[in-house]
Design a protein around this ligand. Structure first.
Ligand SMILES: Cc1ncc(COP(=O)(O)O)c(C=O)c1O
Ligand SMILES: N[C@@H](CCCC[NH3+])C(=O)O
Length: 380
């Protein structure tokens, strides 16, 4: 199906984010259809998009919440997620954030260091609580994705290194206010090579066996998120292949009877339902290049500037001959470029240009640089 916007939306002031809630609904149905029969629990990673209509739909479809700050925990609670469906991850949780999440009695803290466990133990004791924790390990598995968004290699700051794990597990025995309820790993984002998840499963299998030898049984395993989407062709692949994703874990992860497995997907749930809609302010021709200068820039969508990411760009207003354009924003940074030599129909001032697959890590990463106003969000 090709992309279009209703007449009312075409007339709106730009730039704005448009979210297709019917696609989000279909995506949520697909993820649950693939996860539930296999006994997997999906937690949505709020960091990808925290807009309330989106969170509400996600909650209605029975997903849990994976949060990375106390404010995200609060947003999840405000949306109606039950505390027992909320987990809190993050390499730098502050004391104040831990205190708030303990008071909310969330299901689990994914702890990322020996020091964090000590702090968590102390703060839980101060509230006369036992905090449920999962150890986030750094399994040293290469996710084969952009080096800025790989998280499970020894060189990355995330998780407890495998060499440190024996000492951390020994330390656990001295922390009476903690209850070990699981093992967690997240190796990166925008992963399209599913073999990587098989490798992760094998690492977790070994670690689980080793933890059992140390006397720990784990009620749950959390394999993280990271499933990628098709940025090149969102119309052909609007919904990721969740069946293949869960099948990989089903085949490779050895689960104990009654053990829960959590996944925490962000991008795969919300990326394709979001579009950044902008207008061409000017078309400028230099000797070698034609620039289409949009009224949206890296302040609205930073992924191309930050990672060199590709978002499919379309001109909705023109049927003209195809020409190459460097599609850029108005911000005073040369990295404020959405694409170079993008083939677009002949483009003019006033044309509507859309950047697709922008529902994840788009609006949440926007900034007020250059004192820009925040782009509005509209839903249909
Ligand atoms: C710990 C953790 N869980 C889940 C996610 C969600 O990742 P994704 O949006 O790639 O599914 C991330 C982000 O990469 C993360 O850091
Ligand atoms: N923000 C990133 C991915 C990082 C995910 C969070 N650990 C992106 O847009 O692709």
């Amino acid at each position: 199906m090709s992309f279009s916007l209703s007449g009312e939306l075409l007339a709106r002031p730009t730039p704005f984010y448009h979210y297709d809630l019917s696609l989000l609904r279909r995506t949520l149905e697909a993820v649950q259809q693939a996860a539930r029969p296999r006994g997997f629990h999906v937690h949505y990673a709020l960091k990808a998009n925290v807009n309330e209509p989106i969170l509400r739909l996600i909650k209605e479809h029975g997903l849990g919440a994976d949060c990375v700050s106390a404010n995200e925990v609060q947003r999840a609670l405000d949306t109606g997620f039950a505390p027992q469906d909320i987990v809190f991850a993050g390499v730098g949780k502050t004391d104040a954030e831990i205190t708030r999440a303990l008071a909310a009695d969330i299901w689990c803290f994914n702890a990322e260091s020996a020091q964090e466990l000590v702090v968590l133990n102390e703060l839980a004791g101060g509230q006369n609580r036992r905090a449920r924790v999962a150890l986030r390990v750094n399994p040293n598995v290469d996710a084969h994705t952009h080096h800025y968004i790989t998280t499970g290699l020894e060189a990355n700051k995330f998780g407890i290194g495998l060499n440190d794990l024996p000492a951390v597990v020994e330390q656990l025995a001295t922390l009476p206010n903690l209850e070990l309820v699981g093992l967690h790993a997240h190796i990166g984002s925008q992963i399209t090579d599913l073999a990587v998840f098989a490798e992760l499963s094998q690492k977790l299998n070994e670690l689980q066996t080793w933890l059992e030898e140390q006397g720990y049984t784990l009620p749950h395993l959390n394999v993280g998120g990271g499933l990628g989407i098709d940025y090149n062709d969102p119309d052909t692949n609007p919904i990721p292949d969740f069946e293949a994703y869960f099948r990989t874990f089903e085949q490779h992860l050895i689960r104990r009877p009654g053990q829960q497995v959590h996944v925490e997907l962000g991008r795969a749930i919300v990326a394709q339902c979001g579009t950044l809609v902008s207008r061409v302010l000017y078309v400028k021709r230099s000797q070698q290049t034609q620039f289409a200068i949009l009224d949206a820039g890296l302040t609205e969508l930073i992924r191309p500037a930050l990672y060199g990411s590709h978002h499919h760009i379309q001109n909705l207003s023109s049927q003209g001959d195809i020409q190459p354009y460097d599609v850029v924003g108005p911000i005073c940074e040369s990295s404020d470029t959405f694409g170079r030599a993008v083939p677009l129909p002949e483009t003019q001032r006033g044309d509507l240009v859309v950047l697709r697959s922008a529902g994840a890590y788009g609006e949440v990463m926007s900034s007020g640089y250059n004192l820009r106003e925040k782009a509005e969000a509209v839903y249909s």
